[in-house]
Write a protein that binds this ligand. Structure first.
Ligand code: MRU
Length: 329
């Protein structure tokens, strides 16, 4: 990789500022829990596994700077509700809080390292499930910018690319924050992977008029029955692939699976600032005073998902039963 998403040195979390990409590649150093929490809220860092890793490093900063556990933990838990990786990582840090600072920092680093290994496992699955010559649609950014390295959906894609399968990727732009157009396109171009940006509204037309073989997306939380929450718009993409009889895969580390929730109906969906919808890069595009809704995620039902790739293997339908078996691994 020619960039990094998140790094930790004692007392400092360094993040690539994703709000500035692709026009500026800049890094920010964060030295307080409040700065780390704000970076998650403002999406300087985003993507479920990267949020979890950053929060874990935030707790390492708390240990280094003497912030009481309850204060740091509560502040970080308030940042974003949907990605379960945040709560999973904070639970792990909580279990280590009795250790010395070095032990707490080592746990945060272990979370990072495990996410790297999970990405690698998803890339291996990609080597298998993506066919030579495939056209692949992805939504949002589930790449290195959303994890530690390689990504989740983009790890699957990178896996196929590195074994020299000839692939082509369509990245839909992903309104309103444009993670597809800004981040996925940037990452894949850097890797020399053939990528074409399309507007969100173009997906149905593409499926009707040309060969788009398969969709692969990430997830922010997967319920025990296989329902998967991901960036707003994913459900629409999955519905279209289902309608056209083409496979739709989800790739996510096991830290994204929430076996405590029976179905996607129980997943809390974050509502974000209406300005993300009414403005593009600071420029107003909707009339002042108009009513706005900005749900940041939606839930794709398990019945539209052909497989969930994790480091524990590829869950195939029946997804609920497959996840239950994998949970015992
Ligand atoms: O709001 P974001 O950008 O944090 O949402 C990100 C997504 O929905 C990703 O697809 C998901 O977190 C998976 S990242 C490997």
């Amino acid at each position: 990789m020619t960039f990094f998403t998140v790094r930790y040195a004692p007392g400092t979390v360094t993040l690539i500022d994703q709000t500035k990409l692709p026009t500026e590649e800049t890094y920010v150093d964060l030295k307080t829990v409040e700065d780390v929490a704000r970076a998650i809220e403002t999406m300087i860092v985003r993507g479920a596994p990267a949020i979890g890793i950053t929060a874990a490093y935030g707790m390492a900063v708390a240990a280094r700077t003497g912030v009481p556990f309850e204060e740091a933990d509560a502040r970080l838990r308030r940042t974003r509700p949907t990605a379960v990786n945040l709560f999973w990582a904070l639970d792990r840090m909580k279990a280590k809080w009795g250790d010395d600072t070095a032990g707490i920092e080592a746990e945060a680093q272990a979370i990072y390292d495990e996410e790297v290994a999970a990405s690698e496992a998803m890339a291996k699955i990609g080597e298998e499930i993506i066919e030579d010559g495939a056209s692949i649609l992805t939504h949002c950014n589930a790449g290195a910018l959303a994890t530690a390295e390689l990504g989740t959906a983009l790890a699957v894609i990178r896996g196929a690319h590195r074994v020299k399968k000839k692939i082509r990727v369509f990245a839909d732009e992903t309104r309103p924050v444009l993670q597809g157009a800004r981040l996925t396109a940037w990452e894949l171009m850097r890797d020399g992977i053939d990528v074409t940006v399309v507007s969100d509204g173009a997906v149905a037309h593409l499926l009707a008029t040309e060969q788009v073989d398969v969709a692969v997306t990430g997830a922010d939380r997967i319920a025990a029955n296989g329902d998967a929450a991901n960036k707003i718009g994913t459900r629409g993409v999955a519905c279209l692939f289902y309608h056209h009889g083409r496979p739709f895969y989800v790739a996510a580390p096991w830290s994204t699976v929430d076996m405590s929730l029976a179905s996607g109906d129980e997943i809390e969906i974050e509502e974000r600032n209406p300005e993300e919808v009414t403005h593009v890069r600071g420029q107003r595009i909707a009339p002042e005073g108009v009513k706005v809704r900005n749900p940041a995620f939606d839930v794709t039902p398990a019945k539209w998902i052909n497989g969930i790739a994790t480091e524990r293997g590829l869950a195939r339908p029946h997804l609920g039963r497959a996840l239950e078996r994998m949970a015992k691994k």
